[in-house]
Structure formats: structure tokens, C-alpha cells
Design a protein around this ligand. Structure first.
Ligand code: HGY
Ligand code: MN
Ligand code: MN
Length: 422
């Protein structure tokens, strides 16, 4: 990354930790669940209210806000040179159905805290600073995950994403139009999110940092992720009168298939991640033999070759016939492992050392929108620990001091890349 000879200040102001936590508490009330988590799935009214709250805060700072055709929001703090590409940060506000109060939210609010901190300290930068709120990072309502960032980078065609249906047959395009109708009028912008640099802060969602007693994770890469949608078709029949020899039971076939896949791809090193978290049985009546089962496979591995080979084997197994039922599969997402930009990673490491935080360099097991930014913009990530590594769970928790440390490193690292120190 060529250095930026901006006149950006070299002071690294302290972020306001209590304001950061106040904002987390306010955001956690939107879509709050009875067990202390959040359900703010993409393009639901809760997601809209969360975005509205952030836009209210942005309006008070008169930041420019724009939206792209897939619903990614861009909040821009001006620089002395508006023509220069921005230093960017971002994450997501949408959640899993039983999500936590920090997954994605921390990255958005830490990024917003950086913008506000620079305002409060009268810091001017040559380049604009831009915070992105990615649409549908979780993919829980509309699979696959990281949809907004993938479309913005061209990895998923816009039309295919807009046509994606949720369980009630609502498509992304209609849900997005409804959300835009609820939000204040926003400047529109074309697809594309290229910047001078992009740094995303996120909770680790795993146990490594807490077990190592480290406040900061310096993320050097993200493992790869493939998502496949598998359809098993049998024949609906009466549960009481249909003997086995006449049955084409889609549930039996699907469970046989999943068991077969798991044994075929078993990894004694426990590096490969194979998950079936979405599994739908139709017609879903207790006295009807299931005629159709649809499920999504989430497959992850840090080695690109191993990921592709395992994926190909799975697609072979998910074709033809199983237990007299027909099986087919389609690829929802193929996201290769990505290594982050060494200079931006060094900026995160430098900032961490300057602030004397204990840190650990690591690969992200979870996927993030940063994966798509890394394809066209020098990118890195900052992790902070979460309690027992628990995430995608209402019990997700993180300590105020760790969140403040992460936001501080984000501020320092963004200013460092801005001034081309790295
Ligand atoms: O699935 C993921 O890794 C992300 O948390 N959505
Ligand atoms: Mn996330
Ligand atoms: Mn998540």
C-alpha cells in the first residue's frame, strides 16, 4: 500500500469508553430477546430500527450518509481532500435469530466512536473516514452470510441476491425497499466500496484470546467458507398406512446423507468445520411422511485446497439417489481463505504495542465482511475477547475494558494508515 502523505495529525486521541458502552446498551434494546440477546435479522423491522438509531446519531454529527443498491450503508466523516479514497471501517448490525449484543455491533459502534472521537478532539484528516454497515452479514434470514459485502465486491450478482427468498417467500429486493421506505431519505451510490484501507473490529467469537489472557487479536487471515443448499425429494405419504417398502422418506434420506458425509470427511485434527444449522422438513406434519427436506451445509477450512476438495466430495455425495429419494445441491457461496494486507496488519500490531496491550496474531474462524473488502482494499481486522468464546448465542458477552481497548486500537491504526506510517 503506497504511503499517504496526508497532513493527518499524529496525535492518537483517547476514545470515550463510556459513550461506547452507552451506545451498545441503546442498540441492545432493539430486538432484545427475553434471554438477554438480540434478534435483529436482516431487513426486519428490528434491523431497520437499529439502522435508524445509528443514522440519528450520525445526523447529530452531520456525517454524510449513503446507501448502495444492496442496502450497505456508508457513513462518511469528511477529510481535507474529498477526492481521496477513504480510510474505512465497518461491520454489521443484523444478528442471528438468537444472537448476541456484540457480534457485528461492536465493529459498527467502535467505528462510529472513532469518528466521534476525532470530532471531539478537533482532528482533521486529509482523507475522508468512512464507516460501512454491511447488509445481511449473518445470512440467517436470507442465506448466504456476508451477502451485502459479497455483492458490493462482485462475488454475488446483485440480481441473484435481490431475488433471494426468506422462509415466508419474501425476497431481499422487496424487504430492502420496505426498509428504505422507513429510513430517512438517503443519498444513493453505485455498488463498490474500494478504499485506501479497511480495518474491521469484531469480537473473536472463539476462546483463544480469553484463554491467552490477551486484550487484542491481530487478525492476519480469515479461513475459507463454502455454503451449499441441499434438496432431498421423496414422496409424501400417510404415516399410519404406508409400509417401509413403499416409503420414500426425505427425512430418513437426509439424515442418512448427513451421517455419510460426516464420516467421509471426518478430520482427526479437528480443523475442518462442517455444520448443518438450517434444516427444513416439508410438509412438516407429524402424520405425513416427509416429502422434501432442504438443508444448508456450512463448510470451513483455512487451507484452500482442502476446502475445495472436501467441497467437491460433498457435492458428489449430494447428487443422485439416497434411500430411494433424489438428492441435488447448489452452491450458495464459495469464499476462499484470505490473507490480510501486511502493512495494515502491522499498523494494528504497532498500535497494540504502543498502547501496551497483550495481543496475539491469529486467523479468524468466523467469516466477516472484511473478507470481501480484502479483495480490493488493503484490509485487516482487530479482535477483542468474548466470554468463554461464546457467540451466535444470547449469552454472548464482552468486557467494557476490552471493547474500549479494541476501539482505541481501531482509532490508532486508522490514523496510522491514514498518515502512511505503515
Ligand atoms: O458465520 C459467520 O462466521 C459470521 O459470524 N456470520
Ligand atoms: Mn459478525
Ligand atoms: Mn455472526
Amino acid at each position: 500500500m503506497k504511503s499517504d502523505t496526508s497532513t493527518a495529525t499524529t496525535i492518537t486521541p483517547f476514545i470515550n469508553g463510556s459513550r461506547l458502552m452507552d451506545r451498545h446498551r441503546a442498540m441492545a434494546e432493539i430486538g432484545a430477546t427475553a434471554n438477554g440477546g438480540v434478534n435483529r435479522q436482516a431487513l426486519t423491522s428490528e434491523d431497520t430500527r437499529g439502522r435508524q438509531l445509528l443514522l440519528d446519531w450520525a445526523a447529530k454529527r452531520s456525517y454524510a450518509v449513503s446507501i448502495d443498491p444492496i442496502g450497505n450503508l456508508f457513513i462518511r466523516r469528511p477529510g481535507l481532500r474529498p477526492d481521496l479514497s477513504p480510510v474505512m471501517t465497518g461491520s454489521h448490525l443484523d444478528s442471528q435469530p438468537t444472537g448476541g449484543r456484540f457480534d457485528g455491533v461492536f465493529g459498527v459502534l467502535a467505528g462510529f466512536e472513532v469518528l466521534e472521537t476525532l470530532d471531539d478532539h478537533g482532528v482533521t484528516t486529509e482523507r475522508p473516514m468512512e464507516l460501512v454497515v454491511w447488509m445481511n452479514e449473518e445470512g440467517s434470514r436470507f442465506p448466504p452470510p456476508t451477502m451485502g459485502a459479497a455483492v458490493a465486491s462482485g462475488a454475488i450478482p446483485l440480481e441473484r441476491a435481490l431475488a433471494t427468498l426468506d422462509r415466508n417467500g419474501v425476497n431481499v429486493g422487496d424487504a430492502l425497499a420496505a426498509q428504505i421506505g422507513e429510513l430517512p431519505r438517503l443519498e444513493t451510490r453505485p455498488l463498490g466500496a474500494k478504499g485506501f484501507a479497511y480495518i474491521e473490529a469484531h469480537i473473536e467469537q472463539g476462546p483463544v484470546l480469553e484463554e491467552a489472557n490477551c486484550a487484542i487479536g491481530i487478525v492476519s487471515a480469515i479461513q475459507g467458507l463454502h455454503a451449499y443448499q441441499v434438496e432431498v425429494r421423496g414422496v409424501e405419504a400417510h404415516a399410519g398406512t404406508t409400509p417401509l417398502r413403499h416409503r420414500k422418506d426425505a427425512l430418513v434420506a437426509a439424515t442418512t446423507l448427513i451421517t455419510r458425509i460426516r464420516s467421509e470427511i471426518a478430520d482427526p485434527l479437528d480443523v475442518l468445520r462442517f455444520t448443518v444449522g438450517r434444516f427444513e422438513v416439508a410438509p412438516g406434519a407429524s402424520s405425513t411422511v416427509p416429502g422434501k427436506v432442504t438443508f444448508i451445509i456450512d463448510l470451513r477450512h483455512p487451507d484452500p485446497r482442502h476446502l475445495v476438495q472436501t467441497g467437491e466430495r460433498i457435492l458428489q455425495l449430494c447428487s443422485g439417489e439416497v434411500e430411494n429419494c433424489s438428492v441435488s445441491a447448489k452452491v450458495l457461496l464459495r469464499s476462499a481463505p484470505v490473507k490480510f494486507d501486511e502493512q495494515v496488519v502491522a499498523a494494528v500490531r504497532e498500535a497494540t504495542e504502543r498502547r501496551k496491550y497483550e495481543s496475539r496474531t491469529m486467523i479468524s474462524g468466523a467469516t466477516h465482511d472484511a473478507k470481501y473488502m480484502a479483495e480490493h482494499t488493503p484490509t485487516a481486522m482487530i479482535f477483542v475477547p468474548c466470554e468463554k468464546g461464546v457467540s451466535h448465542n444470547e449469552a454472548e458477552n464482552a468486557r467494557d475494558e476490552d471493547l474500549a481497548a479494541g476501539a482505541q486500537i481501531l482509532c490508532d491504526a486508522m490514523l496510522a494508515v491514514m498518515s502512511g506510517k505503515q
